[in-house]
Design a protein around this ligand. Sequence first.
Ligand code: HAM
Length: 425
Amino acid sequence: MAQFQAVKGAKDIFPDEIARWHYIEGTIRSVTELYGFSEVRTPVFEYTELFQRGIGSTTDIVGKEMFSFLPDPNGRSITLRPEMTAGVMRAFLQKNPGGGVPVHKLYYIADLFRKERPQAGRQRQFTQFGAELLGVSSPAAVVEVISLMMQVFDTLGLSGLRLRVNSLGDPDDRARYRDLLRSYLEPWRDALDEASRDRFDKNPLRILDSKNPAVQEIVAGAPKLLDCIKPEGREEFDRVLGYLADRGIAYEVDHLLVRGLDYYGHTAFEVVSSELGAQDAIGGGGRYDALSKELGGSVEVPAVGFAVGMERLIIAMEKQGLFATLNPHGPQVFVVLQDSNLEEQALRIADLLRRSGVSTETDLAGRSMKAQMREANRLGAGFALFVGQEEVASGSYTLRNLRTSGQVSIALDAIAGVLHESAKQ
Ligand code: HAM
């Protein structure tokens, strides 16, 4: 029988890589907390209609990319979440049915599932870090979430990012623009590729962000959505831009930015990285005031948020050498048995050290002393503690610093203090 492999588009993460995840997750948690966001966790699956209504049935995600299944023949279809925003809003509405609650600031680091063709930076199971600000979506709130996202990138040291922003206006503005765009594209209809022809009737705005150069050439001359937006919407967008400038956050207004999820209105944004090749979007978001009602909420909950792809973040950071100083820590002490009859003592010593807060490894396989030393070095242990008959009898053990080769004779209960001191130096 052929050996099992992971499902295509899903990845294993082993300890050599996990240090990167922990480092990034730690940074995310500390920066989001500076902004007053708290973590939310929602179920991995939701009823399929939640995404159909929330993300929109004509989007690629809902049309082609969802992993959906029937839990029982007469049951309701369930879908592995392809994104978090709809689920977070569902959870919020469920907990606060009448609305009228104060602002909620929520963040998540969550696994998601999309049936896309796997390639570099595009997986079928992937992880997003994101934040959702519920209850307010003023220009200040929009800039608050963009600042948070950019501060995470800055804290991680990531450079070469471009923030693209656009306004998608309100539903009326978009309806007018859709007509205008269709009239503009009508003469070019045959020159469009199949995907864009398909979008012409259903979701023409998505033609604007086509990656096909021939289509890009056609849409370059298209009328601009921003020109269809009513003065109040324009004014608000200008305030967002003004606040960004004031915060020193560089941006580009990109008339072709439309985003691939239908719940957005007014300000939408995306961050792209030059390190990422074809899948260059590292994160994106925007305002989504209409989502709460779309999900059956009794009141409109103004909202704005973003999400960043963790795998893409890691690829970009790796290309910039930002993990170079991240050495995974080996154990502080490796207990080396000079005599395999002392296994029980060694386990007791390891236990005592661990209970006093010292990370400790010992030989579990009855290996020779030479093999144990090799293992201690392979693990990157800081110290070796030698355990022989004599040491056990006298209570005095040799502790060798594996970096400097200096060694001391020491009683077991003094080890934690010595290691603590040496860690401070
Ligand atoms: P999105 O643009 O679909 O937005 O996804 C955000 C980020 O997730 C992308 O920029 C990308 O980095 C990452 N991503 C998406 N699909 C994949 C994939 N198949 N493999 C690896 N990474 C991927 C949303 O999901 C919205 N919920 C964002 C949001 C939050 N808007 C408001 N609040």
